[in-house]
Design a protein around this ligand. Sequence first.
Ligand code: HEM
Length: 144
Amino acid sequence: MGRPIVSVFCGALVALALAGCAAQPAHRTLYEDLGGQKGVEAIVSEMLLKVADDRRISAAFAASNLTRLRRLLAEQVCAVADGPCKYTGYSMVESHRGMEVTEIEFNAVVEALIYAMEDLKIATPTQNRLLAKLAPMRDEIIYR
Ligand code: HEM
């Protein structure tokens, strides 16, 4: 007598579990893991504070329009992280041409980004996913 009730109950549980799975998005985007728009903006703001504090690179940004740079960096991070943004700035080659950015300077900016993500408690695998998206830009930025 108890058997059919148990199996109906189990069947209902399985159905609920499957419905639960179906309701979940298949993959979280990197953008979501970075905390969405708020998260991305916080990372970029924190990174620019660290850049300003780093003697290896602060001078390079001294004459920059930081409001514009902050907006464009946030767009860029959002776009490469599969967020709902379109990057509207110049290409990496165009925007760094004539600056003769060195590897040391490039690494210093990446370091600023890593420390910003550490401060904001972004999980290490998520940090690495963003760094992997930015790494190919290295050759477009240095010695240009
Ligand atoms: C991961 C490394 C880097 C990324 C992702 C990056 C990204 C960007 C972006 C998105 C812009 C805005 C482009 C535009 O104006 O339309 C920009 C501009 C600029 N970047 Fe970089 N950059 C990097 C490294 C560096 C380094 C190492 C330096 C020099 C030390 C540098 C110096 C500048 C300067 C001075 C500007 C112009 C800002 C302005 O006056 O508007 N960047 N960068």
